[in-house]
Design a protein around this ligand. Structure first.
Ligand SMILES: [Fe+2]
Ligand SMILES: [Fe+2]
Length: 264
């Protein structure tokens, strides 16, 4: 993981990166919203759980957390969920009901601590309202992003993610071409169903985000993006007609393994 950093006065980023051979890095972010009732958004990757807990503790005493919001139950968002629940006994777990039921097949989710949310539902966290928003692209039926009405930020879950050429704290540091290529590849790989959607229908779903007009986008898979929501939406609007992403096959795996053996 990289060092946590403050992206807005009351929003901290816990950034990590998953290397994608031959392509770059997939950012994997969790966030802390320092609301009157502090909120952790997602819990990182399990493979670096110790690091994640240290990073979290460097930002906030987990005992002070009042909410843990899971955008969905994929492994890159739930890596430290059990540890966080243990370290944060006053926190409730806000998630879609299906996410909770699916996680319950793997570990005993404490149901008395759970708060079930559908898209459009809100919770008050003292100084602001957090509203669940289903993003236009998602790879998991339990996905709920967040609109924070105080910071006017949109936490978009997997939506607007990108495979980035380098590790950076700010989406502005990525060239326009690099961002376009990385974002379209990610969207096509993560939500392959988008190629079955007409561009017009897809644009309508993007209009819902245009109406919200967030000042800041916090994707789980993009460095924080300030003030360029329209540019990001324009880029992503081209995904339905882009060339579908083809996942690497066995030949590619054998090449990777051979490169590893050769030390290249
Ligand atoms: Fe996901
Ligand atoms: Fe993800």
């Amino acid at each position: 993981m990289d060092k946590p950093h403050q992206a807005m006065p009351d929003i901290e980023v816990l950034p990590s990166y998953f290397p994608i051979p031959g392509m770059g890095f997939l950012p994997v972010n969790a966030f802390v919203i320092k609301a009157r009732e502090p909120v952790l958004v997602d819990t990182g990757m399990g493979i670096e759980s110790d690091e994640f807990m240290n990073a979290l503790e460097s930002i906030i005493d987990p005992q002070d957390l009042r909410w843990i919001w899971l955008t969905h139950d994929d492994a890159d968002h739930t890596g430290s969920i059990q540890k966080v629940l243990e370290a944060a006994p006053s926190a409730r777990l806000a998630a879609n009901s299906l996410a909770v039921l699916r996680m319950s097949t793997a570990w005993p989710v404490p149901m008395h601590r759970v708060y079930w949310l559908n898209s459009g539902d809100s919770i008050s966290v003292g100084d602001r309202k957090l509203t669940a928003v289903r993003p236009p692209l998602f790879d998991n039926p339990t996905t709920i992003g967040i609109y924070d009405n105080k910071s006017e930020a949109f936490f978009s879950a997997d939506f607007l993610g990108a495979i980035t050429p380098a590790r950076t704290q700010n989406a502005d540091n990525i060239t326009e071409g690099g961002l376009a290529q990385g974002m379209i590849s990610w969207a096509s790989a993560d939500s392959p169903w988008v190629h079955r959607v007409t561009p017009g229908e897809f644009n309508q779903s993007l209009d819902r985000i245009r109406q919200i007009a967030p000042k800041m986008v916090f994707s789980a898979h993009l460095p924080p993006a300030r003030g360029n929501t329209e540019q990001l939406l324009k880029l992503i609007a081209t995904v339905p007609t882009s060339t579908p992403f083809v996942t690497p096959n066995q030949t590619a795996l054998e090449q990777l393994l051979a490169q590893g053996r050769d030390g290249n």
